[in-house]
Design a protein around this ligand. Structure first.
Ligand code: BEZ
Length: 386
């Protein structure tokens, strides 16, 4: 018997061996999230949600084990490009997961596009990411800042409010949320009479609250999140404004914050793509698993992280874990329906969820679902050219 391999057989054996080694390699996932500062709790919830889904799949996605890399972006746009490149160039991650702050996320999206690294945005709503910055490798499992805020416009008009004052942090998320609300509210016949703001992440609200009291609008619409949202709701209540001028917001105002806000948040109405009390088998199972794993209730941020892992799973399953098939991986993700705890959603051509926006009301420690405010709301994706 001839034990000498021909050249062709040797080449084939080497190719097979290389393929086998590649399949055995771990998939590198880079978390760029805030682990300090006003959005720290949000970053942790996203990571918890992502890892919960991976744990439910036996610790693998598409049959591949995962190796995690982490950077604390501190919600600091000035450090964003450098932080993104640590994950892209130093750690050479296969997929980027992040982040929370819109300004940081825009720099992250630019770096991801330049390097052709797949990015799944797990919170930041910057309209530009699935607008002018859109691309085949850019995905989002959260929302655009426009989406939940726009949905509140017709809701507020239906409650009979004619005039509104808005208040937010002066940065992309705040500006765009106010823009979304204004579009929805004025289209429905209302008028935004004053737009108030303060720099991110300041929480010195007193002079602006005095201005609101003097303006006497029918209602106030706001975008704040994390620690800033806790303080704003407490200050609004302490000033007694909630007795005369109802406060509304994008749901971040009361998500993951109710324990700290206590009595000051009771009864608040907000719009968001997730709510408590959906009572679907999918959401109930997710909530039970999350509570068991982390001894805490999940919030919208945990859902967005969980769904990023689900989205990756759909892409990796399609390519049988072979990440070299990047285009097929991305195509499969774009075409999937994510079986989210929020309810199933698809992605628009720009890569943003087309999803129901719920009206919720704070009741104790829950943002209880009242109704679907807008069904299957798609962001207009202005400026996206694919
Ligand atoms: C943002 O910057 O896009 C953002 C931050 C926290 C909650 C929601 C949006």
């Amino acid at each position: 018997m001839n034990h000498v391999l021909t050249r062709a057989a040797l080449a084939a054996a080497l190719t097979l061996a290389a393929g086998g080694a590649q399949a055995a390699d771990k998939l590198k996932v880079g978390f760029m999230l805030p682990y300090s500062g006003t959005f720290a709790a949000l970053g942790n919830a996203i990571e918890n949600g992502f890892k919960l889904y991976v744990a439910e799949q036996g610790g693998k996605l598409g049959g591949r084990e995962i190796e995690y890399f982490k950077v604390d972006d501190e919600s600091n746009p000035a450090k964003a490009a450098e932080n993104a490149n640590r994950l892209i160039k130093r750690d050479q991650v296969d997929v980027l997961i992040g982040t929370v702050h819109s300004g940081v996320a825009m720099a992250l999206a630019k770096a991801a596009k330049d390097a052709d690294t797949t990015l799944i945005v797990t919170n930041a709503g910057a309209n530009a990411i699935t607008g002018p910055l859109c691309g085949p490798g850019i995905f989002r499992t959260s929302f655009t800042n426009w989406q939940p805020a726009y949905a509140m416009g017709p809701v507020a008009r239906a409650k009979g409010h004619q005039t509104a004052v808005t208040i937010t942090w002066k940065y992309a998320a705040g500006d765009e949320a106010i823009g979304g609300f204004k579009e929805g509210f004025e289209k429905a016949g209302g008028k935004v009479v004053r737009e108030l703001s303060l720099p991110f992440p300041n929480v010195e609200f007193q002079s602006l609250l005095t201005e609101i009291a003097a303006l006497k609008p029918d209602m106030v619409f706001t975008f704040f999140a994390g620690g800033g949202a806790v303080k704003f709701v407490q200050d609004y209540h302490a000033a007694g404004l909630d007795k005369t001028i109802p406060l509304y917001g994008s749901g971040f105002l009361t998500d993951g914050t109710l324990q700290a806000q206590g009595a000051s948040a009771q009864g608040l109405l907000t719009t968001l793509h997730y709510a408590d009390g959906l009572n679907t088998p999918r959401d109930n199972a997710f909530r039970a698993d999350y509570a068991k794993a982390y001894k805490a209730q999940p919030d919208v941020y945990a859902v967005q992280g969980y769904d990023a892992a689900q989205l990756m799973q759909s892409g990796l399953t399609a390519v049988k874990g072979d990440f070299a098939k990047k285009e097929d991986f991305r195509r499969a993700m774009r075409g999937t329906t994510v079986d989210s705890p929020r309810g199933p959603f698809t992605l628009s051509a720009a890569g943003n969820p087309v999803q129901d926006i719920y009206l919720r009301q704070v009741d104790g420690l829950e943002n209880k679902v009242v109704e679907v405010a807008v069904k299957k709301l798609a962001d207009p994706a202005r400026g996206c050219k694919l």
